[in-house]
Structure formats: structure tokens, C-alpha cells
Design a protein around this ligand. Structure first.
Ligand code: GLU
Length: 298
């Protein structure tokens, strides 16, 4: 019998140090892949050149933190900044139009929409050639995909079937940077990704990305969106919550951090990733969120 392939990836954006929520999602993805005898790949999402430049050294720290916890990946690290030709070819193969809407909306398109997403109402779709020429003189256009008002459903192992309208989302920003939603899909196809484990805040992006996967001739992945680590106010863990990265928590040895993450996934306080793997499949907390309170996860 031929085993079904299982390929997942972890895709950090090297613009800030990984916090406990990022590391918990990484552990969950690693565990799901290893428990299925699958591969776990590493992709650095470094397309937002200005933000990456301002965060010098972060990529190396991200990778070092993952390795320190025992989250070892398969193969070479893939960097999006080295794959621009792939994105260019993908855009050329899609129905698109130029968009001249606000810089802010378009600027937001290069990073993952963690804090909500507003569907684009199609304002620039019907511009005439003359109108476009006039607008181009004052602002470089972004490129949007013409989705034709599609709806698309994905399967999430925890949330179940999730359907959404696919808007005309941005593929290329006005400054020429390829957008997150484009790059993630092109890379997942090229890397043979079959399973995507990531934070629950990206669930709403999944139908849009799976739809684009189909347009580009790929097979949508099975998704596992993992509950976020939140603060006591129920907000996604962030720098404002103080000591939340490994660098801020020098009193915790890597084994202590793995124990907290693993316990918060319902696997008990396993002190190595291999021990956590042996404790799989865990209980219903595996996909649920966790709360960071008084220096501990619960
Ligand atoms: N690079 C994205 C992030 O930092 C993750 C994208 C994904 O996993 O699809 O949130």
C-alpha cells in the first residue's frame, strides 16, 4: 500500500521574535506531522522588505528558538524573497485588474491579516482605460485578482467545513511587493504541502487561499487552525503582554517551555518534543486556545 503523503510547513514572518503562541502552534504542527509520519518544512515569509530590514537578526533567532525546543524541520529553509519569479508567473496566469484604492488598505496586504479582514467591494474593477491611465499618473496601482464573486469551502480538522465569499484580494501591492495571500498559495503548491497547521486567526483566509490554489492548478490542503494563546483579556498574545518570547523568559529552560506548551495542548507536561509525540493524540484541548496568566500557560 502506498502511504498518503503528509507535508506541512511552518511559516514565520521574520519581523518579530516568536512568542509562546507562535511556538505553541509550531509544536502542534510538528506533532501532527510527525504523528502521521509526515514532513515538516520551514518557510521564512520575508516579502515585506522594509519590516524585515528593520528587524535585523530576527530570522536567525526564530530558527534558533525552534531548534532549541526540538522543533527540527526537514530539508532546507525556503525564503520567499528568493522566489519572486514564481509569484510573477502566477500573477501573469490569473485574471487581474489594477486597483488605486487607499495605500493603507493595500499596504496591509503583504502581511497575514491577523486582526480581521475587510472584503474588497470591487471599486476599481469597472474603471475604463482612460480612468486607469489618469489614476496611474498619481499613484502606482496594486493588482487584484478578479474572483468573479466566487465562494469556496475548506475542511478544517477542528472548525469543520468553513465556507466564505472570495473577494478580489490583492496579489501585488502598489509598491510592487507580492502579497501574503498570493505567495503563501504559490509556495504551498510548489512545496507539495498537503496539510496546513497555523493560528486560528488565519482561518478566515483559508477559503480565499484554497480558491486561489485551485485557480493555479493545485490541490487545497487540509487545514488545522490551532487556538491562539491569549492574555487575560482574551486578546491574542503580543509584545504588549510583556515577557512572551524565549528571550524574555531566561529563567525557563527549553524543557520548561516545551512542558508548558505540551500541557496546554492537553498532552501533559512533556519535557521534550519526542516525549510529547509519544503522548499524542492528546485530548480535546489540542486545538483549543490557551491563556497566558501570571507567567504560566493554562
Ligand atoms: N507568515 C504568516 C504569519 O506569520 C503565516 C502564514 C501561514 O501559515 O499561512 O502569520
Amino acid at each position: 500500500m502506498v502511504a498518503m503523503p503528509y507535508v506541512d510547513r511552518y511559516a514565520p514572518s521574520p519581523t518579530s521574535d516568536l512568542h509562546l503562541g507562535n511556538l505553541r502552534t509550531a509544536l502542534a504542527g510538528w506533532l501532527l506531522a510527525r504523528a502521521s509520519g509526515g514532513r515538516w518544512l520551514m518557510r521564512v515569509e520575508d516579502l515585506d522588505a522594509d519590516r524585515v530590514r528593520a528587524a535585523d537578526g530576527v530570522e536567525a533567532r526564530n530558527l534558533a528558538d525552534l531548534a532549541a525546543l526540538g522543533l527540527h524541520w526537514d530539508g532546507e529553509v525556503v525564503r520567499q524573497s528568493e522566489r519572486l519569479n514564481l509569484y510573477r508567473d502566477a500573477v501573469a496566469s490569473l485574471p487581474t485588474y489594477e486597483c488605486f484604492c487607499t495605500r493603507r488598505e493595500i499596504a496591509e496586504a503583504a502581511s497575514a491579516p491577523h486582526d480581521g479582514y475587510r472584503a474588497y467591494p470591487g471599486t476599481c474593477r469597472a474603471l475604463t482605460a482612460a480612468e486607469r491611465a489618469e489614476k496611474r499618473a498619481s499613484r502606482p496601482p496594486a493588482i487584484r485578482v478578479d474572483s468573479g464573486g466566487a465562494t469556496f469551502a475548506v475542511d478544517d480538522v477542528h472548525a469543520g467545513r468553513t465556507e466564505a465569499l472570495v473577494d478580489d484580494f490583492v496579489l501585488v501591492r502598489g509598491d510592487g511587493a507580492f502579497a501574503y495571500n498570493l505567495a503563501v498559495v504559490v509556495d504551498d503548491i510548489a512545496m507539495g504541502v498537503t496539510h496546513i497547521t497555523r493560528g486560528a486567526d488565519l482561518l478566515s483566509s483559508a477559503p480565499r487561499q484554497a480558491w486561489l490554489t485551485r485557480q493555479l492548478g493545485g490541490m487545497p490542503a487540509t487545514y488545522a487552525h490551532i487556538g491562539l494563546v491569549v492574555n487575560e483579556q482574551g486578546q491574542r498574545l503580543a509584545k504588549r503582554d510583556g515577557a512572551v518570547t524565549l528571550r524574555d523568559l531566561p529563567h525557563l529552560a527549553p524543557a520548561d517551555v516545551v512542558a508548558q506548551l505540551s500541557e496546554s495542548l492537553g498532552l501533559g507536561p512533556c519535557r521534550t518534543t519526542e516525549e510529547a509525540l509519544a503522548a499524542m493524540p492528546g485530548d480535546q484541548r489540542f486545538f483549543s486556545r490557551a491563556v497566558w496568566h501570571d507567567g504560566a500557560l493554562s
